[in-house]
Design a protein around this ligand. Structure first.
Ligand SMILES: *Cc1c(COP(=O)(O)O)cnc(C)c1O
Length: 454
């Protein structure tokens, strides 16, 4: 009997191309608009923030985009990442389903985020950029970009949401260990930050505000660009290495997924594992169900409006059509800091509108419960964000049990939780509660959406 649990490719099998789903979509997503003119943005509008190579990828409709050799060379340190068959979890659940998970927690920063951080730092170095600015919520993106900046000799300045800055000193320490500068946001270094601090010196910050600060600084200096850890097309593109590897590994196992599950904050780890499989389907291959799992406290895909909105609070970014809770919406405090963004990747939103993906929202208590069941069966403590994917996968496995179906489930275990043990301390101590978002505040945030006739 085949009882393999680990499907490991050697480093010569690292994919040579990222997969661009724009090549296979039945219709193109709505255009990105300039915040001032409300006309589709041009490459030159974006060049204050991003280097040409990344802008090209942002608008590309080419199916395969070559991964530069220096990027593959760095990937070799932890890629290909392992694909595991969760046999002990299957047993614990008594499900006839086969559960596979791709484990991205083996990267130096502990999540999928270095896949794009390394690529972005590379292209910026090639363009002679000396400094990158960015935002971070829980700190995973900030530490990933700090790591990548260190490898390519680029200074990294991270605006970290104030509440996280105070609550998660270890992530901040990790960024500083890699040589990055980490500031609590709102900060005194930008107009956007100073305005907010003047109104409220104890402002807790938000991702939308931190983005405004990072964008403001990048736009001011020609040697400085901005880097985003999710949402944008080129970020999703870089993450497709995850799904491409998983496809080769499932091939080794002689399997193909019936269902793919991933958590969604901005949509990049979800896109990373799902898009290569969706591409197969769009080109006439096997159909696959794809389930996005988001937090009930920040439910952009399941409760948000599909509308044009800003990516940030100060309204400096272009307008994209996406599932949004409104750029002024502040989700209630909960532990999956990486899932607290008000919007969703335009590509993921478009797929939802086309009916090609499903979405569900889960509460944090259910997710931590699932995370611990997983840890006790498989030994890996998932990041709070990743517990949403675990929860979704367990729900699918239990459905298979009820229906008596031996389906194949694949999920993305996008990061480990070693820097998030306070969340587990709180959960085990009975201190976590399920807070749903404030309906009235949501209505207000949605009422404030920009009016765009397109
Ligand atoms: C940042 C992060 C997320 C959320 O971002 P996506 O772009 O939706 O992937 C999820 N999980 C982990 C571990 C993260 O670091």
């Amino acid at each position: 009997m085949n009882d393999t649990i680990k499907y490991q490719l050697d480093e010569t099998r690292i994919p040579r191309f990222w997969y661009n789903i724009a090549a296979d979509l039945p219709s193109a997503p709505p255009p990105v608009l300039h915040p001032g003119t409300l006309k589709p943005v041009t490459a030159s509008d974006l060049s204050a923030l991003f280097t040409d190579a990344l802008i090209e990828q942002e608008v590309s409709t080419e199916r395969e985009i070559e991964i530069p050799e220096p990027v593959r060379d760095i990937y070799r340190q932890w890629r290909p990442t392992p694909l595991y068959r969760a046999r002990r979890l299957e047993q614990a659940l008594g499900t006839p389903a086969k559960i596979y998970y791709k484990y991205e927690g083996v990267s130096p920063a502990g999540s999928h985020k270095p896949n794009t951080a390394v690529a972005q730092a590379f292209y910026n170095q090639q363009a002679g950029i000396r400094r990158l600015t960015t935002e971070t919520g829980a700190g995973q993106w900030g530490s990933s970009l700090a790591f990548a900046g260190a490898l390519f000799g680029i200074d990294v300045q991270v605006f970290m949401v104030r509440v996280s800055y105070d609550q998660k000193p270890y992530r901040r320490a990790l960024m500083e260990a890699y040589g990055a500068r980490c500031l609590a946001s709102p900060s005194n270094e930008t107009v956007a930050g100073r305005d907010l601090l003047a109104a409220n010196p104890a402002h807790p910050g938000s991702l939308g505000i931190a983005i405004s600060e990072a964008v403001e600084l990048a736009a001011q200096r020609s040697d400085t660009k901005y880097a985003l850890g999710s949402v944008l097309n080129h970020v999703l593109l870089h993450q497709t290495i995850v799904g491409k590897e998983a496809m080769a590994q499932l091939d080794m196992a002689g399997d193909y997924p019936d269902v793919i599950v991933a958590c969604t904050g901005g949509g990049s780890n979800f896109a990373g594992i799902a898009f290569p499989f969706l591409g197969e389907q769009l080109r006439g291959g096997q159909r696959v169900r794809v389930v996005a799992v988001e937090p009930a406290a920040c439910p952009s895909l399941t409760r948000g409006k599909y509308a044009y909105d800003f990516g940030d609070t100060a309204h400096l970014t272009p307008l994209t059509k996406m599932h949004t809770l409104g750029s002024s919406f502040t989700p209630p405090g909960f532990h999956a800091g990486g899932l607290r963004y008000h919007g969703m990747a335009p590509l993921v939103s478009h797929l939802k509108e086309l009916g090609l993906i499903e979405a569900i929202a889960c509460t944090q208590l259910d997710c931590f419960d699932a995370g611990l069941r997983f840890a006790r069966a498989e030994g890996i403590v998932p990041a709070p964000e990743a517990t949403h994917a675990v929860r979704g996968a367990i729900m699918e496995a239990m459905r298979c049990k009820i229906e008596g179906k031996a389906q194949t489930i694949l999920f993305n275990l996008c990061g480990h939780g070693h820097f998030d043990m306070q969340a587990y301390i709180d959960y085990l101590g009975g201190k976590l509660v399920d807070r749903s978002y404030d309906e009235a505040e949501l209505a207000m945030a949605l009422a404030g959406l920009p009016s765009v006739s397109a």
